[in-house]
Design a protein around this ligand. Structure first.
Ligand SMILES: Cc1cc2nc3c(=O)[nH]c(=O)nc-3n(C[C@H](O)[C@H](O)[C@H](O)COP(=O)(O)OP(=O)(O)OC[C@H]3O[C@@H](n4cnc5c(N)ncnc54)[C@H](O)[C@@H]3O)c2cc1C
Ligand code: FES
Ligand code: FES
Length: 1274
């Protein structure tokens, strides 16, 4: 595909299946007949290179670069802090660039639609949206066109409130690149010429006219017609389908026809879905409303279907023919009685696009030699009602769980059903029709009795077995009837039988997907000391050191390192069993000249203990060959019994047990008025860093030396493991990390394993080895956040005071210990969150199972234990009947206290954050407004919640806080800073440069950072635990202070001199211009035998208030507003820190509401890519998102009184979880379901819907089939 064709570093490879947008490029084509140039964004990972003949492809390098000029889109994104790790950034730039080429002044809706196919795991999207808002005209100070040639000041939310940003001049469209005239010529000439490309295994033919196409189809009936390749491409990638011939029909005008007939629209089959949307948007306002019901239903689906890149590639014909069961247009086209115009060498004919076609019945389908030329979509009639529904796991860029098209035709001027048609997708392998049910309803009146019967009929007709692939069986069945009910209401309204104000209707408007409002994001301005010199950058919102390089695609990541001479590629063979003995394994092909297998029984792999465990590796001359080798590897297993879940405690074995206790638990329970007991489950989380694991090992050829370029958070560990595996001294292994495309804890322990595999291969072959994991491999092998199961017993008084809590948390560690001991320690140490519980016992266990080994993840167990605590606090509130915020306030730490492990804690700032958050969010007035809304609305509910946080920073071991730095000053005065921290997107190098600039008193432009390496800083600690900038900052400060001290006599002698003069003088006087800085670390001393000690250096406090709205019929929810107050003390770089808070918060929203890892009952992970695992996208952030830093707060023990806040914000994402809980509670109360209830995490659409119990959920309850079915997932 195009992604691999040119090795430019700007086009990133994040998933390979069109789901992440990292590979976005802009395609421009010239259409000779209309003489129009079209620009559209595309996922280059799915673009067949042959399809691009005579098209112009613009990559991010073509938009702008530091060597030529940086484009305003790139400059603004960088200056407004829109990139962190930067791996998604070129894709964002390209999506925005393609939009601006077509719409120079886009609306906010167009911007969100343009970005909905681009995932970012770091920023939380707010700064990206905010930046691009400047192109709408809304955020600009002037009202001139964005392309006007005027310098402009734009106040971006972060920087704008802190400093004004001055952007460079904007561009005229004419200053943009011009479509190459030779390509126009080519396109014109080629109209007459058939194109044929022959490869080793495949031939690509692009005919010029319909006749030729039909002849080709007759000659190669099995050859696919490739238009967008979004369906065929996926089959090839996922299922290894091979096609010897492809036919590319896009140059044939007949397939692009668009015509408006007397009865409807005719749309050419090769029109893209984006074109279809644009056509319908143009046609709908021009026609009488009654004619456009089908079009409007289609438009509704088109707005949320896939991302803009896929919509631009995918064709209507491809959509119809590939007919995935969850494809959204087919049910609507079918109920709308659309007709397909087919052609073959033998002639033309028309067939209906109906359920039989969608089921692939032979007599209703295309013949092998036929193609679809066009699709006729009729106008609707006056007495017609047509609606479309879809519900996906994410609001945009996610295929539907269930979708539907529904149509009813009434006898004129009555409500008597004359005809009815309902189709559902997502219930099985094909789109199905409720044909019999609809027939039974003909002649009935549109009333509640009809609805009741319709629901029963549909549930009887559309079967879904309890083991149905995809799971969520009860939920999917609920959607069948919930959609039907929505349709019923819509039609009722259309028949004028119901007013919008009617109680039944209330809260159910057609669920238009919300467009992010232009919510403002006020931030408390952080004032630096007025006497601070202007050149001193500390405390100022300095742009990320790599920001511009991210945006121009010049930033180099591990896999962007240019090909090394003689390099080989490595791929791994992984276990397909959760627990088994390996009987034998062999390469099922003889001989493969290019492969060398690396047998990892060197590492003791005789038994496999999880699916995805690396068993052996294959290296070859190319990545494709290495993968082919892997496919030929055969392993025979003898299965053993696996353990996969941690709910059956009696069957488990534990890696470790950690316990702390304070007060007298028995006495505490005795003094309680009431005691409650319960359990909660919290699912795990994939790191989903955009850059997958990657390593390049280059043997130096002498003394066993090796360079290891690796994407890791812990270069020293990689060095140690590689040295151990090769049995060489660590001094021979040089690890280098320039930057990492996101890590979040996932690149602490795992990269060492990948580096060992590659190093063993490099050692064996004597050649460089490149090993980059595909997204699915990465997700399969690496594990993630620990799934959590907690049991509690809590005693409290009637006025809401908690007197005692006995807590038992369990984490699913997976098959090896990894970082699980530390994680369970943190679970135990942090369970109290913000609450003083006088009698508390916590006994936490890390459980051993046959899942891939789980590992560190931002927050290290606190996101689970904190949610657990807040859940039982919420339950106490329900039980006492007191408001949640009151229970929180009553039990919150106040002033100076001791934690359960006797560490001193000053909670003043906790209380300040809480109060400030209450105030800023206008909690009480909004709570009243929420209650009012809930009274008025039956099918939609709002919820609001405010959550406090105490987050402990750092590690509970002193040696993990040490840090070193090496600072060189060169004779020209330039400064090179190195330290042990790794750039993961958190802006650590930016902060280090700010520190060096202040300490050396030189402008920022003098200071440079090159790479983190084990050569310059040995034995560096892992960059994690929120303290990376903190401790490395102290080391950099120390090194700079040493240097400054050495320079002092020279400066004192010549105080008016320039920096360069002093440096020259120092050199002349033989003063060393290089210094090592060191920080011994914060002292901590947790004693697990006594359960007491100082476990952490300091605490970060915060509070967040979130408001949501839920759709009770589908479980969908919308994040309306979030206010966060964070005690970041004096931030070294407020823009970076706010980015961390927002990014972590959105990752927390993902953890608690959306991200769900699914395993089969055999322990095989199903969720292996962006198609099956949903992280938040641009549509998921709160419409109003405000972050405030607590003013006047100081942290004397840390550098410049700052605080590490890289992780803390993640937990605050649970304010959304509890806001949803609040909304669900309102639903249940209204339905008479009083009493406590538990909600597990993540609170997905399925869980929300099923918790909003009503008649529909009752109707679909499955009997348990006497337990005689094998569930699809665990
Ligand atoms: C990341 C991603 C997200 C997606 N999300 C959604 C979603 O949310 N909702 C949704 O509905 N769909 C979604 N899809 C599916 C998408 O709609 C289909 O893949 C797409 O419409 C297929 O069109 P195409 O042109 O790419 O087909 P291709 O892959 O090019 O072709 C598909 C098939 O159609 C045949 N074909 C194409 N044109 C003709 C013709 N004129 N006559 C006869 N046969 C023809 C080909 O022979 C081939 O068998 C998604 C796909 C991806 C990759
Ligand atoms: S790499 Fe192409 S969309 Fe993810
Ligand atoms: S900055 Fe977007 S993925 Fe890292």
């Amino acid at each position: 595909t195009a992604a691999f064709a040119v090795r430019l570093s700007g086009t990133k490879y994040g998933c390979g299946i069109g789901g992440c947008g990292a590979c976005t490029v802009m395609i421009s084509t010239y259409e000779p007949t209309s003489k129009k140039i079209m620009h559209y964004p595309a996922n280059s990972c799915l673009l067949p290179i042959c399809s691009l003949h005579s098209s112009a492809v613009t990559t991010v390098e073509g938009v702008g670069s530091t060597k030529t000029r940086v484009h305003p889109i790139q400059e603004r994104l960088a200056k407004c802090h829109g990139s962190q790790c930067g791996f998604c950034t070129p894709g964002m730039v390209m999506s925005m660039y393609a939009l601006l080429r077509n719409h120079p002044e886009p609306s906010m809706e167009q911007i969100t639609a343009a970005l909905d196919g681009n995932l970012c795991r770091c920023t939380g999207y707010r700064p990206i949206i905010d930046t691009y808002k400047s192109f709408t005209g809304v955020g600009r100070k002037t009202n001139r066109s964005p392309f006007s040639k005027v310098s402009t000041n734009f106040e971006c939310s972060v920087s704008g409130s802190l400093t004004k940003i001055r952007f460079s001049e904007l561009l005229y469209p004419t200053q943009e690149f011009i479509f190459p005239p030779e390509l126009m010529r080519m396109a014109q000439e080629q109209q007459k010429r058939t194109l044929v490309f022959r490869g080793e295994r495949t031939t690509w033919i692009s005919p010029t006219n319909l006749r030729e196409l039909l002849e080709l189809k007759a000659m190669y009936p099995k050859a696919p017609l490739i238009v967008g390749n979004t369906s065929v491409g996926l089959e090839m990638k996922r299922d290894g389908v091979h096609h010897p011939v492809f036919i590319h029909p896009t140059r044939i005008p007949d397939l692009h026809v668009v015509s408006n007939t007397n009865n409807g629209l005719v749309i050419g089959a090769a029109c893209s879905l984006a074109q279809l949307r644009d056509i319908l948007m143009k046609v709908v306002p021009e026609l009488p409303e009654e004619k456009t019901k089908i079009f409007r239903a289609l438009l509704q689906q088109l707005k949320t279907l896939a991302g803009e890149q896929i919509r631009s590639l995918a064709s209507l014909g491809g959509h119809i023919v590939s007919r995935g069961s969850t494809w959204d247009l087919n049910p609507v086209l079918a109920v709308g009685n659309s007709v397909l115009s087919l052609a073959s060498k033998d002639g033309t004919r028309q067939i209906p696009l109906n359920d039989q076609f969608l089921a692939g019945y032979e007599n209703a389908d295309l013949k092998p030699k036929e193609i679809i030329v066009s699709v006729f979509i009729p106008y609707s009639k006056k007495d017609d009602f047509v609606s479309a529904f879809r519900q996906a796991e994410r609001r945009r860029n996610a295929v539907s769980v269930v979708n539907s098209g529904m149509r009813v035709l009434f006898k004129p001027n009555t409500d008597i059903i004359m005809d009815m048609n309902i189709l559902y997708g997502g219930t099985g392998p094909i789109t199905v029709s409720a044909r019999k049910s609809c027939q039974r309803l003909i002649g009935r009146q549109w009333n509640e009795q009809m609805l009741d019967e319709a629901c029963k009929l549909v549930l009887g007709e559309i079967s879904l077995s309890p083991s149905a692939p995809g799971g969520k069986v009860e939920y999917r069945r609920t959607l069948l009837v919930s959609f039907l009910f929505k349709f019923y209401l819509e039609v009722l309204y259309g028949l004028n039988k119901m007013a919008w104000e009617s109680p039944n209707w209330n809260g159910y408007e057609h669920s238009v997907v919300s467009v992010l409002s232009l919510g403002y994001h006020i931030l408390i301005k952080q004032d630096v000391d007025p006497v601070q010199p202007p050149q001193d950058p500390v405390g100022r919102p300095i742009m990320h050191q790599s920001g511009v390089k991210h945006a121009t695609g010049e930033a180099v990541y591990c896999n962007d390192i240019r090909a090394v001479d003689e390099e080989l590629f490595l791929a791994v063979v992984t276990s397909s069993r959760a627990h088994a003995k390996i009987v034998t394994y062999y390469l099922n092909i003889t001989p493969l000249p290019y492969t060398v297998t690396v047998h990892l029984y060197v590492l003791g792999v005789l038994q496999v203990i999880c699916v995805g465990q690396i068993v052996c590796a294959v290296v070859a001359e190319s990545a494709v060959q290495a993968k082919q080798g892997v496919e030929k590897m055969k392993i025979e297993y003898e299965d053993l019994e696996p353990i996969l879940t941690i709910e059956v405690i009696s069957q488990l074995s534990f890696f470790c047990l950690k316990k702390i206790e304070q007060g007298n638990i028995e006495e505490g329970f005795k003094s309680a008025d009431e005691i409650i007991e319960g359990e909660i489950h919290i699912g795990g989380q994939e790191h989903f860093y955009l850059e997958t694991n990657s390593v390049l090992v280059v043997p130096r050829g002498e003394d066993n030396e090796m360079d290891v370029h690796v994407s890791t958070q812990d270069a020293a560990r990689v060095q140690e493991f590689v040295a151990l595996a090769l049995d060489v001294q660590s001094s021979k292994i040089m690890c280098h990390t320039k930057r990492v495309g996101g890590a979040f804890g996932g690149k602490i322990t795992k990269p060492a394993i990948f580096a060992v595999v590659a190093a063993v291969a490099a050692n064996k072959t004597g050649r460089p080895i490149r090993f980059t994991l595909e997204r699915d491999e990465d997700m399969l092998i690496t594990g993630g956040r620990h799934p959590f199961f907690g049991k509690y017993k809590v005693g409290f008084t009637n006025d809401g005071r908690i007197t005692a809590a006995d807590i038992e948390p369990y984490i699913n560690a997976g098959c090896t210990l990894d970082d699980s001991e530390m994680v369970i320690e943190y679970v135990v140490l942090k369970t109290d969150n913000a609450y003083k519980i006088p009698n508390l016992r916590i006994r936490g266990r890390a459980c051993k199972t046959n899942l891939p080994s789980n590992t560190a993840f931002r927050g290290f167990g606190f996101p689970q234990s904190g949610l657990f605590t807040e859940s039982w606090i919420t339950t106490v509130a329900t039980q006492t009947g007191l408001p949640q915020e009151k229970i929180r306030e009553i039990n919150m730490y106040k002033e100076v206290n001791l934690t359960p492990f006797k560490e001193e804690l000053d909670a003043t700032n906790l209380v300040k954050c809480w109060k400030e958050c209450m105030e800023k969010s206008e909690y009480y007035s909004r709570k009243t407004a929420v209650e009012e809304f809930n009274k008025q609305n039956y099918w939609k509910k709002k919820g609001i919640a405010i959550i406090p946080m105490k987050f402990s920073v750092g590690f509970n071991a002193t040696q993990y806080h040490q840090a070193a730095a090496l600072v060189h000053i060169y004779t020209d005065g330039s400064v090179l800073v190195t330290h042990g921290g790794i750039e993961l997107g958190q802006g650590i190098h930016t902060k280090m440069l700010q520190i060096a600039s202040r300490e050396l008193k030189v402008p920022l432009s003098y200071v440079h950072f090159c790479e983190t390496s084990t050569i310059t800083v040995p034995n560096a600690i892992v960059t994690a635990g929120s303290i990376g900038s903190d401790v490395n900052g102290k080391a950099v400060q120390n090194a700079c202070q040493i240097l400054r001290k050495r320079l002092e006599p020279i400066i004192n002698k010549n105080p008016e001199g320039k920096w360069e003069d002093w440096i020259t003088e120092a050199y002349d006087q033989s003063v060393s211009l290089s210094a090592t800085g060191y920080f011994r670390g914060y002292m901590v001393n947790m004693n697990w035998d006594t359960g007491e000690g100082q476990a952490f250096p300091y605490f970060v406090f915060g509070a967040a208030c979130s408001e949501v709205e839920i759709d009770c019929l589908t479980g969908d929810h919308k994040n309306i507003r979030t206010d966060i107050v964070m005690d970041a003390c004096f931030s070294i770089n407020p823009a970076v820190d706010i980015g961390q808070i927002e990014g972590a918060f959105v990752q927390g929203v993902g953890l608690y509401t959306m991200e769900e890892i699914k395993f089969s009952p055999e322990g095989e992970q199903y969720t292996l890519g962006p198609d099956t695992y949903k992280i938040p996208a641009v549509c998921d952030i709160p419409e109003q998102f405000r972050v405030y830093l607590l003013p006047n707060s100081r942290n004397p023990i840390a550098i410049y009184s700052a605080k590490g806040i890289g992780e803390a914000g993640l937990f605050l994402g649970c304010s959304v979880f509890f806001a949803i809980w609040d909304a669900v509670a309102a639903v249940r109360k209204e339905r008479g379901l009083t009493g406590t209830f538990t909600l597990n995490s993540p609170l997905t659409i399925e869980r929300i819907r099923m918790a909003c119990a009503d008649n529909f959920t009752e109707m679909v309850r499955l009997d348990d089939h006497n337990g005689l079915f094998w569930p699809w997932n665990l």
